[in-house]
Design a protein around this ligand. Structure first.
Ligand code: AMP
Length: 210
């Protein structure tokens, strides 16, 4: 099963990708996490991506498409995968088609813009493994320490309020058109993001079975 999670930054795609990964046993692939790792390691691709990411802009399509292509060629994707944060533009969606990848379902997690800023201000990300937390909705067991790997959890640079507004603008301009793209193919289901993570997870898993 090849799945796409669509939604604004902070809508909860990463959290739901993890839930589906556990329920279905297929890997969750976050292009944002792969890019942050590349930036941290100072690879050529990371050096190219850094300034785009810090300003809330999208990394050029050809860079991200290359990364995604390499990742889904790996063995653990043989039985399917969940894409979190890819595609983010219509050309990226078309690139998946050109790779011969059939997408089975696209789940959009919808959260109104005014709630996004509030959510992102509490988001924390693990410096080590990239796991995502929220100070109110999904706290770490020990403050500031990742449950999964024990590394430090920090505020993402692009979660600063001014950058969040830019990211939302980019989302509406470049990514939201993918709703029509996948709706026209009869693949889109929209889940309304709830206050409680567990409620959103239940609706997401129901949407998968529908
Ligand atoms: P995310 O963790 O998904 O919010 O991604 C963080 C940042 O990485 C984004 O604001 C973009 O700068 C970049 N990025 C992640 N995925 C993509 C993508 N599919 N296309 C372009 N840029 C991306």
């Amino acid at each position: 099963m090849n799945l796409i999670l669509l939604g604004a930054p902070g809508a909860g795609k990463g959290t739901q990708a993890e839930v589906i990964c556990n329920a279905k046993g297929i890997p969750a692939i976050s292009t944002g996490n792969i890019l942050r790792e590349a930036v941290k390691n100072g690879t050529p691709c990371g050096l190219e991506a850094k300034s785009y990411m810090e300003s809330g802009a999208l990394v050029p399509d050809e860079v991200v498409i290359g990364i995604l292509k390499d990742r889904i060629a790996q063995d653990d994707c043989k039985n399917g995968f969940i894409l979190d944060g890819f595609p983010r533009t219509v050309p990226q969606a078309e690139a998946l088609d050109k790779m011969g990848i059939t997408i089975d379902k696209v789940i959009e997690i919808y959260v109104p813009d005014k709630k996004i800023a509030q959510r992102l201000s509490g988001r924390r990300v693990c410096e080590g493994c990239g796991n995502s937390y929220h100070v109110d909705f999904k706290p770490t067991k020990v403050e500031g320490v990742c449950d999964a790997c024990g590394a430090k959890v920090v505020i993402r640079k692009d979660d600063e309020p001014a950058t969040v507004l830019d990211r939302l603008k980019v989302y509406h301009e470049k990514t939201a058109p993918l709703r029509d793209f996948y709706s026209a193919q009869g693949k889109l289901t929209t889940v309304i993001g709830q206050e409680e993570v567990s409620d959103t997870s239940r609706l997401t898993l129901e949407a998968l079975e529908a």
